[in-house]
Design a protein around this ligand. Structure first.
Ligand code: NAG
Length: 513
């Protein structure tokens, strides 16, 4: 320590004479906090007073200071530290800081002024009064908003006092120092990047104050920021009306549209949720909107034949209860999704073969609920059938005979009626009607041959079967049953019936005698 002390020593020495008394003055500089007994200065040498004279003159120190910081070693002519000197206790922030001593001698009276300048050493750390400062700052705080921070105190002076501050981390705030008139600095943190409560609702910063001593000393304080949310913007739909056209056959799950609203707020106040606001109709059971992303999807089934237009009222709301609304117009287009349906209203199972052309066999109606071409229906039957379809009105048809019928040619008809609409592709339905043609006795029996010839020997046995005649009839059942009778005629005056007889059922001719 004594080496350093020597460095600190600055000596100013001069003499002057006044009223015959020797008056001298010397100034020493020493750092504060030197240990007891440290050398302040050699006044014997510096003031040119012999050590003997100090003794004989009963040299004494006189001071107005409260404490005796310095003592005189008269034997060696030295000023020594008597009490540890704390510059801060002695002078506070006043500079320069000095002790003023008078050294007095008797016989003759002499006095000398000694000034001991106490030099500051960096023995005090910058300190903040509080351990932390708390702020509650809205996320809507604008860039440039300023917040005053506490200054740090350092009892040291000059370069050993606080020289600078830092605030870390620097993500949102930067530090600004304003020089005050008294030479001190006002410490402010300035918002330079917007706060976002949803991203970070709490920010912890460290404010550090550093002095300029050797080595530098620093003190720190926590700056605690709670970020408060703000809801100062309502959601806004990008469009007020969305229009979409969808075929009625669209399957469940079909995505119809995506609505979008934006909210300038951050976080939950800016988080938009979508919902369907219709309450008085079936819309909520047919359509659904995804809460988060505004996708409108079909969840029910559409039927053009029931409803051609839907108006979905969509609401967007943020967590703060601010809302906006828009409409989604869903236009349903017809698709040919219904085949014609054929309903037999009245029919006969059989007609007689003598029925006149135009006889009504069946009446049916055809319905197709589709619209336009998709619902336009025409009916027909296979070609080469003795029947015809007549449209009696738009939806009513009759099946009539078209020409003479002949049971003996065709006794039964399977008539396939086919009705098709004009949609693309076309849908059709068929129905098959079975019609019996009932017989009329319109055919006479016909013999296989017109003449039969046979020979028999005389004296034959009565009842001998000679031959068989055969006649057939094209009619049906009763109308086709043939019975044989012998026509009345005679051979040489003798009736034929006395020679031969015919079996009515089998047509077998027998000899009678
Ligand atoms: C009509 O259809 C029935 C049943 O399929 C069948 O038994 C019958 O032979 C058909 N008649 C004609 C004339 O094709």
């Amino acid at each position: 320590m004594s080496d350093r002390t020597m460095k600190w020593q600055v000596m100013l020495l001069f003499f002057c004479l006044s009223l015959g008394s020797a008056v001298g003055q010397v100034t020493y500089s020493i750092p504060e906090e030197m240990s007891k007994g440290s050398l302040v200065g050699n006044i014997g040498q510096d003031l040119g007073i012999d050590v003997k004279r100090l003794k004989s003159g009963k040299a004494r120190i006189y001071t107005e200071d409260k404490a005796d910081y310095i003592e005189l070693n008269a034997d060696r002519g030295l000023l020594l530290v008597k009490e540890r000197i704390d510059r801060e206790a002695l002078c506070g922030q006043t500079t320069p800081c000095a002790l003023h001593l008078q050294i007095t001698l008797e016989d003759p009276i002499e006095f000398y002024s000694v000034t001991v300048e106490v030099i500051d050493i960096n023995d005090n750390v910058p300190t903040f009064q509080k351990e932390e400062m708390r702020f509650r700052i809205s996320e809507s705080a604008v860039i440039g908003a300023k917040f005053v921070l506490e200054r740090a105190m350092d009892l040291d002076v000059g370069i050993n006092a606080v020289q600078g501050y830092s605030l870390k981390p620097t993500d949102n705030f930067i530090l600004k120092l304003h020089n005050q008139q008294d030479g001190s600095k006002n410490v402010e943190m300035v918002l330079q990047k917007p706060l976002d409560r949803e991203a970070q609702n709490h920010i912890s910063l460290t404010l550090t104050a550093t002095d300029g001593g050797e080595p530098k000393l620093s003190g720190a304080m926590r700056v605690d920021i709670s970020v408060l949310d703000a809801n100062d913007n309502a959601p806004v739909f990008t469009k007020k009306m969305y229009k979409v056209t969808v075929p009625e056959t669209a399957p469940k799950g079909t995505i119809l549209s995506t609505v979008s609203a934006t909210d300038a707020d951050e976080g939950s106040y800016g988080n938009v949720l979508y919902s369907i606001a219709n309450t008085l109709d079936y819309v909520p059971s047919i359509f659904q909107i995804s809460k988060e992303n505004g996708v409108v999807a079909l969840t029910g089934s559409l039927d053009y034949e029931k409803a051609q237009l839907y108006e979905i009222h969509v609401q967007a709301s943020d967590d703060g209860g601010l809302t906006d609304s828009c409409k989604v117009i869903v236009e349903v287009t017809d698709t040919n999704d219904n085949p014609p349906s054929i309903n037999i209203m009245s029919k006969t199972n059989s007609v007689t073969e003598t029925s006149k052309p135009g006889t009504v066999v069946t009446i049916f109606n055809v319905q197709d609920p589709d619209s336009g071409e998709n619902g336009k229906v025409a009916c027909n039957i296979e070609e080469h059938m003795p029947f015809l379809i007549k449209a009696t009105s738009k939806k009513f048809f009759s099946l009539v005979t078209d020409s003479e019928l002949d049971r003996e040619r065709a006794s039964e008809y399977n008539i396939t009626v086919s009705c098709s609409d004009e949609g693309v592709p076309s849908l059709s339905s068929t129905v098959t009607l079975t019609l019996q043609i009932s017989d009329v006795n319109d055919n006479a029996p016909v013999f296989d041959r017109s003449t039969y010839e046979a020979y028999i020997v005389e004296n034959n046995t009565p009842g001998l079967s000679i031959f068989t005649v055969k006649a057939t009839d094209a009619d049906w059942k009763q109308n086709a049953r043939v019975s044989y009778i012998l026509e009345d005629s005679s051979v040489n005056g003798v009736p034929v019936s006395s020679y031969v007889s015919v079996s009515a059922d089998s047509g077998v001719i027998h000899a009678v005698r």
